[in-house]
Design a protein. Structure first.
Length: 707
């Protein structure tokens, strides 16, 4: 029985230490329920440790001391278990909890006076067994009351809750019954009842069951950390065992006999030292690795950091070909590999063709394709993941043959999917490294993020293309409606003339006024067709550095005579005080500003006021990525833009001028549409708004590309 109690108490102590260490080192100790359970486990740990040392000591004084520590810890066990139970169930029982801690504290305070453990003496084969003091019955009542209350709370929680919470309550209740039933077998001998504490081992069973609950996530979210910590502790125990054996052999050789107490003390000490070393070694390894990386592998570390930062850089690039080049070059430089090639899905065939490769291999790979029906492409489209060929061990996998072919044809070492969601847009093939290496998880993770960002960029371009196609269809419908409206009126005179000719009328019989109307309307139709052709052309012309001030001056000269005749003042203010050059086409920019000035003049002609002014202002602003822009605003104090057309002022055939009776190109609603098309081709922007008081403002923004 003595051996049984020694072994069982050690198991109780060992397993409780495992759980305390596990919970203390994990993130779950921040959970209120877990903190209460940790407090309960600490009391079990102290109780089991005192129990163990009581069983191995050979001195009566020490046995009495350990029994006092044991009973002090056990006085806290029922109240800490009750506190844990009410937290688990979600009850508010602050008064009962506080009262329980106060009573437990009073009981602990009575222990040194011998009121609970009076003494120790031999009983039923035990060298030292405690004798009950005068307050032992009060202790047993307190213990029984709070254990029973805990069981009732857990049972109510099981009945009232659903799902995981109910399962937790039932699990803790069942395991608690086992543990407390086993521990209760220690008390009969206190009163000379001849019942041995056979159930002491059940406390270990209880703790192991709770450990399983931790592993299976029935109480918390530790998962596999439990077995990891348990394995480490068993390893530490093995180290301690070998040390104790070596110590015993040394003592025997030196002519001395080691007592059991010495062996236990040395064993526990070596166990604690081993545990501390196992905790310190990973920390030391981590810092050693950091120091070595900083001193000797800084180039590789910097290269990896550049790969990690690459997805952020890609999000700012609009040209997809530039993205491919940056990705390929960055991977080749950072990972020091021979080749990088990028294959992207074709629009019609859905096969993957090479869009980028290192310079020496582009011609070789230009005609190579990866078919969409290839098992590799099918697998990656279902579950995108980076494939490192050196890590492939499953020769039975469906795409293993494809990997073998790629290895032989292209000497590939890593394959990175270009994807967004479950859409596979392409593949990045990375060749062999220039120096022998093992691909680490950080590199694989960085490559995975790069593939995801490239795929996201491709998806955005695809959505933009679809949106642009829809916009074109809408614009086509708007243009068709406007074109129909513009041509309908001038066609009336043509139809009338046709009707008169059919009736036999000669040219001499048609009056001169009608002939002029006919000529005017035919000219009008010609101008409409010419304007539509000009708008539809949408071609970029040669651009060179030009001074924006010269363009503005030329545009002002073109309307100067008309403005003087109509008594309209044109004022120019330069807020930049520097000469600004932009890369543009001189004639097209002049056309834009001339059109805006003509529109302002037309708006002022119908305005009923004496002081008619056009204001031109130029200023420099700084946009994103510190890009300098020049803004030219042209405003007038006329009637402004009607609200019903302000939002579509740049759409073809949108105009506020009278339609149907115009003899030139003005007023067709194509001028602003053409101007916007020109500014867009210059990578600029144009917008319109109404002034708060009166008139309209048009603002043209152009990037300053050369000063």
């Amino acid at each position: 029985m003595n051996l049984y109690l020694t072994v069982s108490s050690f198991l109780n102590f060992f397993v409780s230490v495992v759980l305390v260490a596990l919970i203390s080192s994990s993130s779950m100790d921040r959970n209120p329920v877990s903190r209460r359970y940790l407090a309960f486990l600490i009391t079990i740990t102290i109780w089991s440790a005192a129990y163990f040392f009581w069983r191995i000591t050979s001195l009566e004084a020490y046995a009495f001391l350990f029994c006092q520590i044991l009973i002090s810890a056990s006085a806290l066990i029922p109240i800490t278990f009750f506190h844990f139970s009410v937290k688990l169930v979600g009850l508010s029982a602050e008064r009962r909890v506080i009262f329980g801690y106060l009573v437990a504290g009073l009981l602990v305070a009575c222990v040194p006076f011998g009121w609970i453990v009076e003494s120790v003496s031999p009983k039923l084969g035990h060298e030292f067994w405690p004798n009950a003091g005068i307050l032992m019955p009060a202790y047993l009542v307190f213990f029984t009351f709070y254990v029973t209350a805990s069981a009732w709370v857990l049972f109510k929680g099981f009945k009232e809750h659903l799902g995981q919470r109910a399962s937790d309550c039932f699990f803790v209740l069942g395991s608690g019954v086992i543990g407390f039933a086993g521990g209760s077998t220690n008390f009969p001998l206190w009163y000379d009842i001849p019942i041995q504490p056979y159930g002491n081992i059940l406390t270990s069973v209880y703790i192991v069951i709770v450990g399983y609950g931790l592993y299976s996530k029935k109480i918390s979210g530790i998962s596999l950390d439990f077995y990891k910590a348990l394995s480490e502790l068993f390893l530490n125990l093995s180290v301690a065992l070998f040390y104790v054996i070596g110590y015993g052999i040394y003592m025997r050789i030196s002519g001395e006999d080691a007592t059991p107490a010495q062996l236990w003390i040395h064993g526990i000490g070596s166990f604690l030292v081993s545990y501390a070393l196992f905790w310190l070694i990973p920390k030391a390894k981590y810092w050693t690795t950091r120091i070595v990386d900083t001193q000797f592998r800084q180039a590789q570390v910097d290269a990896l950091e550049s790969l990690k930062a690459l997805p952020t850089e890609l999000s700012d690039i609009s040209d997809v070909n530039e993205i491919f080049k940056l990705v390929g070059d960055s991977i080749a430089d950072a990972l020091e590999v021979y080749d990088v090639s990028i294959y992207i899905e074709e629009t019609f065939s859905n096969d993957y063709e090479c869009v980028y490769a290192t310079r020496e291999r582009f011609e070789e790979l230009g005609k190579e394709r990866v078919f969409s029906m290839d098992p590799l492409a099918e697998v990656l489209s279902k579950k995108p993941d980076v494939i490192v060929l050196d890590r492939i061990h499953d020769v039975q996998s469906s795409f293993y043959a494809s990997l073998v072919d790629l290895k032989h044809q292209m000497d590939v070492s890593v394959i990175v999917p270009v994807f967004a969601g479950h859409d596979l847009y392409g593949l990045i093939f990375i060749g062999q490294p220039r120096q022998s290496k093992t691909w680490n998880d950080e590199e694989v993770s960085a490559l995975f993020n790069i593939g995801a960002q490239v795929g996201l960029n491709i998806r955005v371009r695809e959505l933009e293309r679809r949106s642009s196609e829809i916009d074109k269809l809408v614009a086509l419908g708007t243009m068709a409606a406007g074109l129909s409206h513009e041509i309908r009126n001038p066609l009336v005179s043509v139809q009338t003339m046709t009707s008169m000719i059919k009736k036999g009328s000669s040219a001499n019989q048609i009056n001169e006024e009608f002939k002029q109307v006919l000529i005017r309307d035919v000219k009008r139709i010609e101008n409409i067709v010419e304007g539509v052709a000009l708008y539809s052309r949408n071609q970029k012309v040669h651009q060179v550095p030009i001074r924006i001030d010269e363009v503005i001056a030329t545009s002002m000269e073109l309307v100067e005579a008309k403005a003087r005749e109509k008594e309209i003042s044109i004022q120019y203010r330069d807020h930049s005080d520097v000469e600004i050059s932009v890369r543009a086409n001189y004639d097209q920019l002049t056309q834009v500003f001339h059109n805006l000035l003509e529109n302002a003049l037309d708006a002022l002609l119908v305005a009923d006021k004496n002081d008619k002014t056009i204001q031109i202002e130029k200023r420099i602003v700084t946009g994103q990525r510190k890009q300098a822009w020049v803004e030219i605003s042209i405003s007038d104090n006329g009637v402004g833009i009607p609200k019903n057309i302000l939002s579509r002022i740049f759409d073809p055939f949108t105009t506020s001028k009278d339609t149907g009776r115009r003899e030139d190109k003005s007023g067709m609603g194509l001028g602003l549409a053409i101007s916007k098309r020109i500014i867009d081709n210059h990578d600029g922007a144009i917008n319109a708004r109404n002034n708060a008081d009166c008139g309209a403002v048009f603002v043209v923004s152009l990037p300053v590309k050369e000063n």
